[in-house]
Structures are given as C-alpha cells and as structure tokens.
Design a protein around this ligand. Structure first.
Ligand SMILES: [Fe+2]
Length: 385
C-alpha cells in the first residue's frame, strides 16, 4: 500500500486501510473502489491523504503480505484512543477540568498493545483530519515514546509514567487559541511565542492533579528542551532534561515531520531519519535517538525503491536495527522491463547494492507510462528467453 495525497486520487483506486473521522466514525472501508463522489467527500473531511492499494505490486504473489503490515498498535486501539483523547481534550478546553482517569485508561491500553507487539516496527504514518491533528499526534507520540521505553528496558512503573506524560505532553495546547493551533501557514513571531507557552500551561494543569506522577507532568514542561540547551522553556542541557522528556522530544519531532500538517505534507520516513540523525547531540540525546530509530522502518514494507544498479524493487522485509538494508523483490530491471517473478535479495548480504531513491505512488504509476517497454503495469512482462 502507498500513501497518496487527496488531490492525486483518481476514480477506481482501491482504499487500502479503513478511514475514520476524529470521532471514530468509519468514513470508508478498506477495499472500497473509489468514485468521484467519495473523493470529493474525503476532501470535505479535511483529510490530507489516504493509503491506497498499489496497483504496481498487486499482480505479484506476495501482495497479501505487504497489505497486512504488522503494526505496533492495532487499528481499533488507535481509533478508540484518538476518539477518547478528542473528547477528553475538548472537555478540558470547555470545563478546564482534566479527566485524569480517562487519560490513564487510554495510555494503559496503548501501552498494553505496544508491549504485546514489541517486536513490530513503525511502518505507517497515521492519517489525520486537519481538525484532529493534536489528538492523533498525542496518541502517536505516546506509542512511539513507549515503544522506545520498552526497548530501553523500562519496568511497568516507568512505562506507565512515560505513556501518561507522552499522551498529555501537549495538554497545554488546549488553552492556546484554536486559530493558532490549526493555522494553515507558519506562525508569526508573536503567535509562536504564544504557542511556546503550552509547555508551561500543560505543566500547570498536570501538576495540580495528585494522581498524575510529577515526572509525567515534567514531560509536558520539558518536551521542547534541546540536548544542547537551545530549547525552551528553561534552556536545560543534556541529562538535566528528564529522560522521559528526552524520549518524547524525539517522538514529537519524528511524528511532526512524517505526518501531514495543515500547511505541509509529511516527509517520507527515510528523509525524516536523515533529519533526525543530523540533530543528534544538538536537539536530541544521541543514544536514545539511536534506540528510537532502530524501530522505525526507513523503507516501510511495500515501498518501491530504485537501486544503484538501476533496478526497481519492492521492500518485502525489514529487521529492527538493520533498516537501511531491507530485503527486496525486483519488479523492473535496469532497462525498465517488468519481471514477472523477479528475484528476492537481502541487502544485508549484498553490501555493494544500496537504495538510491524511494518512489511516491504518483511516480510509481508513472513508471509504467514513462518506460517504452512497460506500457501496462497490470500485464506483467514475459521474458523472451
Ligand atoms: Fe509541544
């Protein structure tokens, strides 16, 4: 499956994953063959992109494998969490009252899923409607942070503290004017200063609740601190920043980079990986960053990539810690000929071969039309020999 921006959708494309509203209502189910009316409706819901089945890989026999990607958190868990966070955060805005029991319950069931699926990697970017960005982001940061905590060997007490603080890290945003939160353009200096107050505001809300551990409240307070001391609100340096906040800072930026925002499309995981690595030691704790990145699939299952040999292949297997060297199945040879049953290659065993490009779905669809020997992607090339 591949993520595609809504304006690039065309009738007859097939939906790969169920699509929900922020309230948890199913808008379209997987396997729906899209028509023009449904595409219009998706636009009205403010969804920036969706996952669709990739016609380029549908004809190969392991197509089922790459459409059932193992996930760290089950779809129903994520949908329920976003829905509950949506209600609880909106309630906080209206009543100034934080339903701590609700947030504890949500963070605990997200944690349960992460522990059960601890061997899985992050393959997919969550899709969110524009009005639901903060809610989906809170859930994602909770998942990414607790997955990192599990890999760091945290016990259940640590994990619960981390999960709750991560879920509530942006609670202060509920007290920032909504027009700034959802502004479809970069913020002015004044707006940014106001936005930066959300760390303080969040800490103030959380520390008043005796059933929220103070270390969890400190995640809200410190999640915009940077390892070199250039962050806010206090300019803390290195290990003076609580370890939980150092984890959440990484999860927060990774999710913000890879997901669609009101004013920009998210970038691909391997591009986010490069940016995150360039910020080790300055923004992020380098050791925690490495642990975090070990469980992010740089080339998610089903990605179509080009190799330095000129061949084009699909990613079929990724191993934690070895994500730069996935297993691939060849689709097109270097001269653009479609391979009916191309060979599979494990890049950990072929060190002179490396990935040079990741194709977007739009590019994948054009591959067939651009290549003179490849006129129809649905009719596999038959080798002449
Ligand atoms: Fe924040």
């Amino acid at each position: 499956m591949q993520k595609i921006a809504i304006p690039d959708l065309q009738p007859n494309m097939v939906v790969a994953r169920n699509i929900y509203s922020t309230e948890g209502v199913l808008l379209l189910s997987a396997d729906t063959v899209l028509n023009a009316m449904q595409i219009d409706r998706l636009q009205q819901f403010g969804l920036p992109s969706i996952y669709i089945k990739n016609p380029f890989t549908d004809t190969i026999t392991y197509g089922d494998l790459i459409d059932t990607i193992p996930e760290v958190v089950r779809e129903e868990t994520r949908v329920q969490a976003v829905q509950l966070v949506n209600t609880a955060f909106k309630n906080l805005t209206v009543t100034q009252n934080l339903d701590t029991q609700q947030f504890k319950a949500i963070s605990n069931f997200l944690l349960d899923d992460v522990i059960k699926n601890r061997g899985a990697m992050i393959h997919l970017t969550d899709i969110r409607a524009r009005d639901g960005y903060t809610f989906g982001h809170s859930v994602n940061v909770c998942v990414l942070a607790t997955l990192t905590g599990v890999q760091l060997g945290y016990d259940m007490i640590n994990l619960k503290e981390l999960a709750l603080g991560a879920l509530l890290h942006d609670a202060g945003k509920m007290l920032i004017p909504q027009e700034i939160i959802i502004k479809p353009a970069p913020l002015t200096t004044t707006e940014r200063k106001l936005m930066e107050q959300h760390s303080d505001l969040g800490f103030d809300i959380l520390r008043k609740h005796s059933d929220i551990p103070l270390v969890s409240a400190h995640i809200a307070f410190q999640h915009h601190e940077k390892f070199d001391g250039t962050g806010y609100t206090r300019g803390l340096v290195g290990t003076d920043i609580h370890e939980y906040a150092r984890i959440v800072a990484i999860a927060d930026v990774y999710d913000a980079l890879t997901s669609d925002r009101p004013y920009k499309e998210g970038i691909l995981p391997h591009e986010a990986y490069e940016i995150m690595m360039s910020l080790a030691n300055t923004h992020f704790d380098p050791i925690i960053l490495q642990t975090f990145l070990n469980y992010i699939a740089l080339y998610p299952l089903g990605s179509i990539v080009q190799l330095n040999t000129g061949d084009i292949a699909v990613v079929t297997r990724v191993i934690p810690g070895l994500q730069t060297r996935p297993t691939l199945k060849f689709l097109l040879d270097a001269s653009g000929r479609r391979l009916k049953n191309g060979p599979e290659i494990d890049l950990t065993k072929h060190l002179t071969i490396f990935i040079t490009k990741v194709f977007t779905l739009t590019e994948v669809l054009q591959l067939g039309t651009n290549s003179p020997q490849q006129t129809n992607l649905h009719q596999p090339f038959e080798p002449s020999c």
